[in-house]
Ligand binder design. Structure first.
Ligand code: SF4
Length: 395
């Protein structure tokens, strides 16, 4: 029996220091703390996110930010519209949403104030709000990512006991795309030794490719603090033969080793190519969905800055995916952030020959920026995309 505790939030719109190059968001918004879907690999039970006294209560006690819409209404008036991810921590369409409707009220406010939105969920309840998602997509940018990690009916009760079936989630992806709103699949996490076999990876990518605009690959499942304790309990009870293999794979670390992640990334990437699906979310303002407008007005100098900044972040994403090293493209992140926050046009900086004075910009990145400003495209990015460019569903 779930217990709901209504709480008053002081603030709900959390700004990140850097734009995320997986989800493209600047803001996080979580209407609920705790999650009724109770996935056994969930990392939201780590101390970093947890508000419960005992992590065992994470799926039994749901804290409901009852005043979230009123607080948001005030906050959106004070900041520049930018991509909001709902939710960065817990599922915004868990059953609590049927009772409280906070996610819908939040979407109404974001639509009214023209904020772009990225929804992440495991529930087809998101279909209830397609009218609002369409409105947001028409105004600015909207994408919806449904998580699917397997279709294996024997394993799902252990991993995601209370979430809607992957078939229902995939049907939701199809319906959202058909409504003209970009939707894809988040294949995260690829659970070691249970879901990391080529058969499962191929099945998820193959079935997703028929309905989704993109598939995000999350090969490095974390195991931190409470998350690790709970997951090892699951293994000891149900998959005892895997305990030693996990101990060997993770050791004292929170993530699997780089070579393991790299192997899975390569395997998944091959299937993405085979089934002609992007392994990244097309960012706002760079490669727009045909029915979506630019994130910001074309006449503004911000448009150039945003295009260059997101393009650099996309390059970082592709480099990081290929190397399985989240720090391998740090200069691109730094440069991107600096360009997005410039108080003048990147074109003016280029004309003055001062690109290298921007933090993070060295010769390579300066060449990318120059290419984009002069030719409207970057050879280096094209090179990164070349392996999949022939198969991308780019309009
Ligand atoms: S749906 Fe997401 S937040 Fe909810 S329990 Fe599963 S992994 Fe955690």
């Amino acid at each position: 029996m779930t217990k709901f505790i209504e709480i008053e939030a002081k603030s709900v719109l959390q700004r990140q220091k850097y734009r995320d190059n997986w989800f493209w968001n600047r803001y996080n918004l979580n209407p609920y703390r705790g999650c009724q879907f109770a996935c056994n690999y969930c990392d939201a039970i780590t101390e970093k996110y947890l508000v419960h006294a005992d992590y065992g209560d994470f799926s039994r006690i749901i804290y409901v930010k009852k005043n979230a819409p009123e607080v948001l209404e005030k906050e959106v008036k004070k900041v520049k519209p930018d991509v909001v991810v709902i939710s960065g921590v817990t599922d915004p369409y868990q059953p609590a949403e049927k009772k409280y409707g906070l996610t819908r009220k939040i979407l109404e406010i974001l639509a009214e104030h023209e904020f772009p939105v990225h929804i992440g969920t495991k529930s087809d309840l998101v279909l209830r709000d397609v009218d609002l998602l369409k409105e947001i997509a028409k105004q600015t940018w909207c994408t919806v990512s449904l998580t699917i990690i397997t279709f294996d009916k024997k394993l799902l009760p252990y991993l995601e006991p209370f979430a809607p079936s992957p078939e229902r989630r995939l049907e939701a992806v199809k319906n959202i795309n058909e409504a003209g709103v970009q939707a894809g699949v988040n294949f995260t996490p690829i659970v070691p030794y249970l879901l990391d076999n080529p058969g499962n990876i191929e099945e998820v990518i193959k079935r997703a490719s028929k309905q989704a605009e993109y598939i995000l690959i999350g090969a490095g499942m974390t195991l931190r603090s409470n998350q690790r304790i709970r997951f090892f309990e699951l293994l000891k009870t149900n998959f005892p033969e895997l305990v030693e293999r996990y101990e060997n794979l993770y050791g004292e670390q929170e993530s699997p080793p780089k070579d393991y992640i790299l192997r899975l990334n390569r395997c998944a990437f091959e299937f993405c190519k085979k089934y002609k699906i992007k392994n990244y979310i097309p960012p706002p303002g760079f490669e727009r969905h045909p029915k979506q407008k630019a994130l910001i007005p074309t006449e503004s100098y911000d448009r150039d800055n945003l295009e260059v900044a997101t393009l650099l972040l996309l390059m970082a994403f592709l480099k990081e995916f290929k190397s399985a090293n989240p720090y391998s493209a740090w200069a691109y992140h730094k440069a991107s952030n600096a360009i997005e926050n410039l108080n003048e046009s990147i074109r003016d900086v280029y004309r003055r020959g001062k690109l290298r004075e921007i933090p993070g910009v060295g010769d390579n990145i300066a060449k990318v920026i120059e290419d984009v400003l002069v030719n409207g495209r970057s050879e280096r990015l094209d090179k990164e995309l070349v392996e999949i460019s022939s198969v991308l569903k780019i309009g």
